[in-house]
Design a protein around this ligand. Structure first.
Ligand SMILES: Nc1nc2c(ncn2[C@@H]2O[C@H](COP(=O)(O)OP(=O)(O)OP(=O)(O)O)[C@@H](O)[C@H]2O)c(=O)[nH]1
Ligand SMILES: [Mg+2]
Length: 312
């Protein structure tokens, strides 16, 4: 495993791909890699793209990659597929859309499922992104479909979060889930060729007017992703936000919060694993279940007894 970590740091794409597979498989060996590369991470600008299924995230990401490459920047993309019925064929779609970049060795694109139990989406995604950071990409883009908690999770991890909306009826600003508006550093109204674009933009602007005034006012950027229109403005908005993060020192806070979460998450994970291990090695759970079944005991008392006896 030492080999894989060293190879990732040298920029070996196959090693990177292999390491992300280990993360997806929840292989314990991934921790050797993560430990070795950690000190080389925390230098990429992490951009999170979220929004409803089919809003045009991958199309926009694809165009942004082209702009970033023209500036000589390297890019890593992690497209997270929620494996939900909402985004049928997302993996194939992303692959086709971003195909031209796959021949470029300064671009690394990977789609990832969200299978995995404990921690689910966020833990595996974070670990995979961390590994990409070790690959020393200037920019890392995380694309997640805005389903469930995923957009809030992604905002916690990204330096700059983009919320992609469309003028289509279902995406009216009022219907956006509570807590989601707050996570956006940049609002993107994509599919600006469709009717209702101005209305969506106005709704967003007036909502921003009403909101609390913070140190950063999220801009609203109109794009037509499939024609590449507005992408330059989108890129400028991302750069302005990045500049703001560095000028105000906010970036240090974000990084510190990230370290805190990484540590807490890892502690939770290890405590969970070790506790189960201790209990499994010392008890016959079937016997305990039978005893509860026979009404000799109850799950609450049994759980407490086992934890007190074997864990703490
Ligand atoms: N009319 C119109 N269609 C667009 C525009 N941008 C993208 N599309 C189309 O919208 C569809 C979905 O685009 P994607 O980029 O795959 O959207 P996505 O948000 O990545 O989708 P998921 O990853 O499945 O959630 C594709 O057919 C695109 O060609 C646009 O500006 N206008
Ligand atoms: Mg997509």
């Amino acid at each position: 495993m030492q080999d894989i970590a060293a190879k990732i740091l040298e920029g070996d794409r196959r090693a990177l791909a292999r390491a992300i597979t280990l993360v997806e498989d929840e292989d314990p060996a991934r921790y050797d890699i993560l430990k070795k590369i950690y000190r080389h991470t925390n230098h990429s600008h992490i951009i999170g793209f979220t929004g409803s299924p089919g809003s045009g995230k991958s199309t926009l990401v694809d165009s942004l990659i082209t702009l970033a490459r023209n500036e000589g920047l390297s890019v890593g993309v992690l497209a997270v597929d929620p494996s939900s019925p909402f985004s049928g064929g997302a993996l194939l779609g992303d692959r086709i859309r971003m195909q031209e970049h796959t021949l470029d060795d300064k671009v690394f694109i990977r789609s990832m499922g969200t299978r995995g139990t404990l921690g689910g989406l966020s833990k595996a995604t974070r670990e995979a992104a961390k590994i990409m950071e070790g690959f020393k990409k200037d920019i890392i883009i995380l694309e997640t479909v805005g389903v469930g908690q995923s957009e809030v999770d992604i905002a916690k991890y990204a330096d700059t979060t983009l919320l992609v909306l469309t003028p289509a009826s279902g995406d009216s600003v009022q219907t956006i889930k509570a807590g989601v508006m707050e996570i956006a550093d940049v609002f993107v109204v994509n599919k600006a060729d469709l009717p209702g674009t101005e209305k969506t933009c106005l709704e967003l602007e007036s909502m921003l007017e009403l909101g609390e005034e913070g140190p950063w006012r999220p801009p609203v950027v109109k794009t037509m992703g499939d024609r590449g229109e507005g992408i330059d403005l989108l890129q400028q908005a991302i750069y302005s936000h990045k500049k703001h993060l560095y000028e105000t020192g906010r970036i240090r806070e974000i990084r510190r919060e990230r370290i805190q979460r990484e540590l807490e998450e890892q502690l939770e994970y290890l405590i969970y694993l070790r506790s189960w291990e201790a209990i499994n090695n010392n008890t016959d759970l079937d016997k305990e279940i039978k005893s509860i079944e026979k009404e000799e005991c109850d799950p609450y008392t049994t759980a407490q007894k086992l934890v007190e006896k074997y864990v703490f």
